[in-house]
Design a protein around this ligand. Structure first.
Ligand code: HEC
Ligand code: HEC
Ligand code: HEC
Ligand code: HEC
Length: 147
């Protein structure tokens, strides 16, 4: 009886430690300036796209509305204005170091989405008040960077 109880306490402690560890590893958004350091070529294309200016496109009153800004910022961080790299490629805190990034498979395991072709419709959908339809094959060439 007592032994069972001790075991239960131990098992609970292990579970809590595992949960704490997982929570710690949850990636966060670091912002475009972090990516720019090593990806100047992609940055120079991105900065002239509508995505870079997506927050500025909102009227000042709408910039205060959560229901509007959610597709005009990166992640759920209001400090990260516009549709930045990580809005498509995933939150970068765990993959942005050179040691991880140079190995794309490892970066992917830490949250990188190398080819985010299915991410577009998270924002380009009928919940956008200005939605006029979306076709990846015609939209991508307008914002294509690199390759
Ligand atoms: C310290 C330098 C460094 C930083 C900072 C960095 N990267 Fe990278 N990134 C690299 C290197 C090196 C590669 C591998 C290039 C190669 O394929 O040889 C890479 C590859 C990539 C790839 C291509 C993966 C593929 O399929 O080949 C993407 C996408 C990417 N990075 C996105 C980002 C994003 C988004 C950020 C910011 C959150 C970022 N990187 C920050 C160095 C960096
Ligand atoms: C579901 C994501 C989403 C939400 C929510 C959203 N937008 Fe947008 N917004 C977009 C996308 C995507 C575009 C690019 C046009 C499109 O829909 O294809 C856009 C474009 C715009 C533009 C640029 C004008 C244009 O015709 O291109 C303005 C202004 C704008 N949105 C205002 C708003 C306002 C105001 C709200 C809140 C009432 C809002 N958006 C909520 C995704 C969203
Ligand atoms: C986080 C939300 C979000 C994601 C993800 C997203 N977009 Fe957008 N996109 C927007 C918003 C908001 C605008 C409007 C910006 C403006 O008009 O200022 C926009 C504008 C555009 C435009 C310019 C519209 C025009 O006709 O000039 C293109 C092209 C586009 N997006 C393509 C894509 C593609 C391709 C993907 C996926 C690879 C993608 N978007 C992913 C939110 C998003
Ligand atoms: C609207 C979504 C979106 C945004 C924003 C975005 N990317 Fe990409 N990126 C993509 C897609 C989709 C691909 C894959 C294209 C393919 O493989 O056909 C890609 C490919 C890449 C690649 C690999 C191809 C290459 O250029 O060698 C790198 C590196 C990269 N992006 C870095 C960045 C950086 C850095 C930023 C921010 C400055 C950024 N991306 C912003 C959607 C996006």
């Amino acid at each position: 009886m007592r032994l069972t109880r001790v075991f239960t306490v131990l098992a609970t402690m292990v579970a809590i430690t595992a949960m704490a560890y997982t929570a710690k590893a949850a990636p966060t958004y670091v912002g475009v300036n972090q990516c720019k350091m090593c990806h100047m070529k992609q940055y120079n294309v991105w900065k002239d796209t509508a995505h870079a200016k997506a927050f500025d496109a909102l009227k000042p009153a709408d910039q205060a509305k959560p229901e509007c800004i959610k597709c005009h910022i990166t992640g759920d961080n209001k400090e990260l204005k516009g549709v930045q790299c990580e809005a498509c490629h995933g939150a970068g805190s765990e993959y942005k170091s050179f040691a991880v990034m140079k190995n794309v498979k490892e970066a992917e395991a830490k949250g990188l989405v190398p080819k985010p072709v299915n991410v577009c419709v998270k924002c380009h959908n009928k919940n956008s008040p200005n939605f006029k339809g979306f076709d990846f094959n015609t939209a991508w060439p307008k914002i294509k960077h690199g390759l």
